[in-house]
Design a protein around this ligand. Structure first.
Ligand code: ADP
Length: 399
């Protein structure tokens, strides 16, 4: 009987999962990955094997699959049909916010769940679904240990000035500080830098995680020095539906000048701004790039402008830059956005190789370029599997 571990990344309308299997006598390896998307509207289960061949692709009953618990039931049904009588040894979760306390992965207990729930107001787009998935697994598989892995942990231990929110001490003492997010993605990238770019891996590297959520991380010797996200995942770069850096006076004006209530402001900041807010068309970069609408083009222009500006700021924090790495949905798949960001960063000594960029690298810069540029596909699930295996004393997980 083979053993397996499940990695879960639960969002508002999708539940992504990865299965790591350990054949009898062997080590852990990724066996399949899948997701239930359209939860609450038109749920669909899709699963592929290690070679990206489809193992399942089916529409699910919208009445039956309406939340994390029922989505997990659908996944469990498929797992039983596909993996038969194998044993689930562990479940690892992506959890967006670990607050000040969780500086590394944590074995899930009822007390840990309470602490994660208390952080929901700081990450309303993700944390409720992360917690719901943990609770659903606790009900469905009460004897299986769970491990929570945090997007904030990789950023812990930065210089004090990089974590500071310059408000009065009593506010800071209540936990208001810059945390940083996308840490599981950055941790994966940091782990592969020595293989992908040994000549600069231990130098000054800016990693641009450009997906629906977007941020950048400045690394020195593969450790985080600073990042563009802060107390919440609203700061820094322009994102799909979030504005990125915003004068706090604007938020005051929304309350005092325009009379919006807290719920309306939260919805505006998390769900209606960024690419969607500027364009009025879509939060999807592909749609914007294909659109002739001037507002869509303005959204793309602002995305690139903001990215170039943050690269300049992080390069200054690092005292120069050796390499720029693109990852996540937009970073891995959009030659146009990469080209435009690289061209805006030419003043740093980055010379893009247009042909290599079209082929998606992995190296995007010309051989003589003082700053090199790269595409590295991220793998947050592998990092979660590794942490889960390590915490439970299981053997190392491999892609
Ligand atoms: P998340 O995991 O945060 O939901 P992803 O990392 O999957 O986000 O990134 C989603 C983003 O990637 C979307 O804006 C999507 O439009 C963009 N994207 C995916 N493929 C492409 C592509 N070929 N060109 C441009 N953007 C793309």
């Amino acid at each position: 009987m083979d053993d397996y571990a499940i990695v879960i990344n639960a969002g508002s309308s999708s539940l992504k999962f990865c299965i790591f299997q350990r054949p009898e006598g062997g080590g852990w390896r990724q066996d399949s990955r899948g997701q239930v998307d359209g939860i609450g509207t038109a749920p669909r289960l899709r699963v592929t094997d290690g070679e990206s061949h489809a193992l399942a692709d089916s529409q699910l009953d919208a009445h039956a699959v309406r939340d994390a618990t029922s989505a997990l039931d659908a996944v469990a049904t498929w797992l039983r049909s596909h993996y038969g009588r194998s044993r689930v040894l562990a479940v690892g979760h992506r959890v967006v916010h670990g607050g000040a306390r969780f500086t590394g992965p944590a074995r899930v207990t009822p007390a840990v769940i309470d602490e994660l729930r208390a952080l929901i107001p700081l990450a309303p787009l993700h944390q409720p679904y992360n917690v719901a998935a943990i609770e659903a697994v606790a009900v469905a598989l009460p004897d299986v240990p769970q491990v929570a892995c945090f997007d904030t942990s990789f950023h812990r231990g930065r210089p004090e000035v990089a974590e500071l929110v310059p408000l009065p001490k009593n506010i800071r003492d209540a936990g208001v500080q810059r945390y940083g997010f996308h840490g599981l993605s950055y941790e994966y990238i940091a782990s592969v830098l020595p293989q992908v770019m040994p000549e600069v891996a231990h130098g000054r590297v800016i990693v641009a995680h450009l997906g629906s959520g977007a941020s950048m991380c400045a690394m020195k010797d593969r450790r985080c020095v600073d990042s563009t996200l802060g107390f919440t995942a609203l700061d820094g770069l322009c994102m799909g539906t979030r504005p990125g850096a915003l004068d706090p006076g604007v938020v005051l004006h929304l309350f005092q000048g325009l009379g919006l209530d807290a719920g309306a402001v939260e919805t505006m900041l998390y769900k209606k701004s960024g690419l969607l807010g500027i364009s009025g068309v879509s939060n999807d970069m592909r749609v914007l790039l294909d659109s002739a609408d001037p507002a869509a083009q303005l959204a793309v222009d602002y995305f690139v402008y903001r990215a170039a500006k943050e690269i300049g700021a992080l390069a200054s924090v690092l005292g120069g830059i050796d390499a720029l790495v693109f990852t996540a949905g937009i970073g891995e798949n959009s030659p146009e956005i990469r080209r435009r960001i690289c061209e805006s960063s030419a003043w740093l000594g980055l010379e893009i190789d247009l042909e290599a960029n079209r082929r998606s690298g992995p190296r995007l810069s010309r051989p003589g370029s003082r700053v090199s540029a790269w595409v590295v596909p991220t793998n947050e699930e592998l990092i979660i599997a590794r942490h889960t295996a390590a915490m439970l004393g299981l053997a190392e997980a491999r892609a």
